[in-house]
Design a protein around this ligand. Structure first.
Ligand code: ADP
Ligand code: MG
Length: 697
């Protein structure tokens, strides 16, 4: 069914096919509905009028009411300009136009008050305004829109008179037509509870506000609505999944009890215990678990995962753990193998480099149920990998996996979709988590194991390099190991490699007495692995690398992380890299090297790193600096499609909207009650333009 809002913008009076096509192309707006959502990005204050005597060059745009005394054209050819001398009861002002003279002249009517609006500049002793806007003073103050909307536009549009003013004109034509067509999309109960402005009024006010207060309320209403429908969709997804997907009941704990009694190498932190409780509650609930575990680097996610695995196996199911890279899968395997073996459980590793014969055995043992735990990479997703009874699937470092891949995991058990635990070491602010992972239950490990010494972070300039080298030497002589990381500059891989190689050579020259490893993206996986293993075994003391070591690598003896060109890294990446040290008992250090001249944002990033080790605090700063559009995963998630709401600033509105959506969906899961009809209609209308929210499911 097509509606008023689907009408092509070219059909609007004053637009037409040519301008219409240009608007399509330049602004990517095609219909009335889309055009109405081209919200102003700021407003010009037209509430104030200046007296001419008060107009001076330090003011931004000013507005005066004046009459024409005299108009003349000066010069000719390209230098020709139109000058108007206008006055009010306090003085005289000069106005100048260099273009569109014929058109302007017609508006400069003598004998009536006109409103002029523009930026004053000083020329010698005279104040002049170039190209002011002109309007007759026909409307009374109450009728006028107090704030003039400023719309984003492009050079090509401006050339066709579709500057901000031109767009505003079109909007002025559209709003009265649209107003009666705009239906309320939120239920009365929500409007009342949050004191929200009606939708039609909000749309009108956002374009042509009549007071600051009404503008604020309009913005609030529209932001609320945006968040509300995003949350509604996520909550609906979550609800329908828990309803549809029965979960295998995993409620036995024999192995776990034994493990706690005999083998647990340390006391769990309170946060780990809490997350175990939350996951266990899901696993025994009879509903399928979809839980995200967020925990800063080093917070001990692996142990939580292993405990959940023990619950699954105690209850007669198998478990798998999938990591994004071979190195990581390897490390998980090495880390869990001893635990598993002391518990008498069979565990195996399956990656791209697993030999064919070994593979065959693994496939058979998974099918027969003899293999309890399988750790691996994407290789686990292959169809040939089948289980007797996969009960729990754990995905580490989630952002590297997509939906399709997760769906493949689901299909690995025909009777019950396996319980899913997603672990991520990229702390993200709560607002973003609610939006990106709104359909998952979220557990947070917000505590590090006791006795960890916080990593000391310093910022050093390139000129301090000799001192830094001296420090590295001292650390290595004390038995520690050191990472030195170089950035990847995506534009030029050869430059990167050269950069890295130069670095490697200078390190080898500076430390001829120490064996040095190098690892980068261009190396064959086997070679990379070989070098990694040498470093893990402490055969080499210094590891020169690109960011390939970013994720998850665990070498407790490494206590120094040097990051070269640190100004080129994003905050979350810096934090991830720093997380590679501080895993052992020794004091660890992170040294951020940079050039002297830094942009403001770079400086804030480095200062933040020096100030805090708290991943969530860092994530907050990151969100503020970059906006959500650039953050990991937001592109696909549609967060970037938010038109007016801002995840970094509007957290309170998001919380309210999520509450409202949650109440609604609990009361009326399928939106069948008549008082919710408008919500259903809006959900359906949005589906037509659906972004792919399913990435996160
Ligand atoms: P991450 O959350 O980054 O994956 P890991 O699971 O790799 O962290 O744990 C980091 C280190 O901390 C490991 O060496 C692990 O054995 C240790 N660890 C985990 N939990 C505790 C704890 N409760 N007390 C002491 N050490 C712990
Ligand atoms: Mg980990």
């Amino acid at each position: 069914m097509s509606s008023f809002f689907d009408t092509k913008i070219e059909y609007l009076k004053g637009v037409g096919p040519q301008k219409g096509a240009l608007i399509n192309k330049e602004l990517n707006l095609f219909t009335y509905g889309e055009f109405l959502q081209h919200y102003p990005f700021r407003y010009e204050d037209r509430t104030q009028f200046y007296k001419i005597k008060d107009v001076h060059e330090d003011l931004e745009n000013v507005q005066v009411i004046a009459q024409i005394r005299h108009v003349e054209t000066i010069g000719d050819g390209r230098k020709k300009r139109l000058v108007a001398y206008v006055y009010d009861d306090t003085g005289e002002l000069e106005l100048t136009w260099f273009k569109g003279i014929q058109w302007v002249v017609r508006k400069l009517v003598k004998g009536i008050p006109l409103v002029f609006f523009g930026k004053p500049n000083r020329y010698g002793r005279k104040i002049s305004i170039a190209h002011p806007e002109i309007e007759p003073l026909t409307q009374t103050a109450e009728e006028r829109s107090f704030f003039q909307p400023v719309y984003s536009t492009t050079e090509k549009l401006k050339a066709k008179f579709l500057d901000s003013k031109g767009i505003s004109k079109i909007m002025e034509g559209l709003i009265p037509l649209a107003y009666p067509q705009i239906h309320e999309s939120l239920p009365q109960s929500v409007l009342e509870r949050f004191n929200l402005m009606a939708k039609n009024d909000a749309i009108r006010q956002i374009h042509f506000p009549t007071s600051v207060d009404l503008l604020k309320r309009a913005r609030f209403r529209l932001k609320f609505e945006e968040f509300f429908f995003v949350q509604l969709r996520l909550l609906h997804l979550k609800l329908s999944r828990t309803e549809k997907s029965q979960g295998q009941i995993l409620n036995q704990t024999d192995l776990l009890t034994k493990f706690y009694k005999e083998h647990l190498p340390f006391e769990l932190t309170e946060a780990q215990k809490r997350v175990v409780r939350e996951s266990f509650a899901d696993m025994k609930s009879g509903k399928q678990m979809n839980r995200l575990i967020q925990g800063d680097v080093g917070s001990g996610k692996t142990m939580v995962a292993f405990i959940c695995i023990l619950i699954a196996i105690s209850s007669g199911a198998q478990a798998c753990l999938m990591a994004p890279t071979e190195i990581l899968a390897n490390q998980h395997y090495e880390g869990l193998k001893d635990y598993a073996e002391t518990m008498g459980l069979n565990i195996a590793l399956l990656t791209g480099s697993t030999k064919k014969s070994a593979r065959k055995v693994i496939h058979e043992m998974l099918l027969s149920g003899d293999l309890h735990i399988i750790i691996g990479t994407h290789a686990l997703l292959e169809d040939i990998v089948q289980f007797k009874n996969l009960g729990l699937a754990i995905v580490d470092e989630q952002h590297r996996f997509g939906v399709a891949q997760r769906a493949k995991l689901w299909a690995k058990n025909e009777r019950y979709i396996p319980h899913v635990l997603v672990m991520t070491a990229t702390p993200i602010p709560r607002t973003l988590a609610m939006t990106l992972y709104g359909d998952l239950d979220i557990s947070v490990i917000d505590e590090l194991p006791a006795g960890r010494k916080p990593i000391q972070t310093v910022h050093r300039y390139d000129k301090d390099r000799l001192k830094v080298f001296g420090f590295i030497r001292k650390q290595v002589l004390e038995g520690r190991q050191v990472y030195i990381v170089y950035p990847l500059i995506e534009e030029s891989e050869t430059m990167d490699l050269k950069n890295l190689m130069d670095g490697y050579e200078s390190i080898c020259r500076a430390f001829p007495e120490f064996p040095v490893s190098i690892v980068h993206g261009d190396m064959k996986p086997a070679d990379k692995d070989f070098e990694m293993q040498r470093f893990i075994k402490a055969e080499t003391k210094i590891m020169v690398a690109t960011t390939v070591i970013e994720v998850g690598v665990n070498v407790p003896n490494a206590s120094v992380m040097v990051i070269e060109n640190a100004e080129r890294f994003g905050l979350s990446q810096l934090h991830q890299l720093r997380g590679r040290v501080g895993r052992g008992a020794e004091q660890s250090y992170c040294i951020l090297m940079s050039k002297y001249e830094l942009s403001k944002d770079s400086r804030i990033r480095l200062e933040t790193m020096v100030r805090t080790n708290d991943g969530f605090e860092i994530a907050d700063v990151d969100l503020k600096l970059r906006g959500p559009g650039d953050l990991m995963g937001t592109q696909q998630s549609g967060v970037a499609d938010l038109l007016i709401a801002d995840l970094s600033k509007d957290a309170p509105i998001l919380t309210m909207a999520r509450d409202a959506a949650s109440i609604l969906i609990t009361e009326d899961p399928n939106l069948t009650q008549p008082q919710h009809a408008m919500v259903l209609r809006q959900v359906r209308a949005q589906k037509k333009h659906a972004v792919n929210w399913s990435r996160i499911s």
